[in-house]
Design a binder for this molecule. Structure first.
Ligand code: NDP
Length: 275
């Protein structure tokens, strides 16, 4: 039996599996193997990016798995070097060719790169891809509330997701709340804090209390908050573990204890300062 992951509703009428496989790191052959394993285990969503240099491996994994294309939600992202109207359109064609697909489910602006000041123009290029039916949905990543507010003022289509750094050590609460208020799903990148959560005594205690793994406690916390998550693993047992979080619940005390673990320290860049 494979695990059935609930799908969350996006503001454009499409849906997205609440748990997907993040695949930043493994290059082509290993990415292919990880995608095949994940799809066998019941994953139906894969998060890649042009920057991860493994889109061709991801596409190959989807084909090799035998799972019908329409059953797999594929996200990829446009890198900062390709911001701007013409560059964005060309970057999308390169991603699609590398994936070997004829559409992607979700295309994201990877970072706003405020120094380039081209994210509005890039968003308009994504709106065109959407209108042409080349992408099913469009969204953003690493956008702060003020970047989103500018998109609202200057463009017409609202992002369906904002993929941001979010884990117990960096809960990104202000941006998460802003997303929710504007009907944008929060997708948590590095949901396990790039491994930083492991060894935390409080999380270990909560895991013991529920007889679950620490990763499952953290992912259960995310899904309880309504986040979409994309934990990365290339280890089959862990991939399986990371899907099995729907048959237990955390209690109010657990939520309060995890809330207190936020030390405000990012593992990645601050979007306001990055490029
Ligand atoms: P994660 O928080 O997902 O942590 C991944 C690490 O945790 C790996 O070392 C993995 O090891 C380990 N791990 C996973 N599951 C378990 C488990 N059940 N038990 C023990 N260890 C486990 O970090 P990532 O930074 O990889 O983030 C996830 C995804 O988010 C990325 O792959 C990418 O798709 C996306 N992302 C997006 C960014 C953006 O700017 N939009 C930035 C960063 C990430 P192993 O693989 O060896 O099993």
């Amino acid at each position: 039996m494979t695990t059935q992951v609930p799908r969350l509703h996006q503001n454009d009428g499409e849906t997205i599996p609440q748990i997907g496989l993040g695949i930043d790191g493994p290059r082509n052959q290993r990415a292919t193997e990880a995608v095949v394993t994940a799809l066998e285990l019941g994953y139906r969503s894969i998060d890649t990016a042009a920057f991860y240099a493994n889109e061709s491996g991801v596409g190959e994994g989807i084909r090799r798995s035998g799972v019908p294309r329409e059953d797999v939600h594929v996200t990829t992202k446009i890198w900062g070097d390709d911001h701007g109207s013409k560059s964005a359109a060309a970057a999308f064609e390169r991603s699609l060719a590398a994936l070997g697909l004829d559409y992607v489910d979700l295309y994201l602006i990877h970072w706003p790169h405020p120094g380039k000041d081209k994210y509005v123009e890039t968003w308009l290029a994504l709106e065109e891809l959407l209108a042409e039916g080349r992408v099913k949905s469009i969204g953003v990543s690493n956008f702060q509330p003020h970047h989103l507010a500018r998109l609202f003022r200057e463009t017409t289509v609202r992002p369906v997701v904002n993929q941001i750094e979010l884990h117990p050590g960096f809960q990104n609460e202000q941006t998460r709340q802003f997303n929710t208020e504007h009907n944008i799903l929060t997708q948590a990148w590095s949901p396990l804090g790039r491994g930083r959560v492991f060894g935390n005594l409080k999380l270990e205690e909560i895991a013991r209390k529920h007889s679950r793994s620490l990763a499952q406690v953290v992912l259960r916390w995310h899904v309880g908050l309504g986040n979409v998550v994309i934990p990365k693993s290339i280890t089959p047992e862990r991939m399986k573990d990371n899907l099995d979080v729907y048959d237990f619940r955390l209690d109010t005390e657990d939520y309060a204890a995890i809330r207190a673990l936020d030390d405000g320290k990012r593992t990645g860049d601050n979007p306001d300062d990055f490029g």
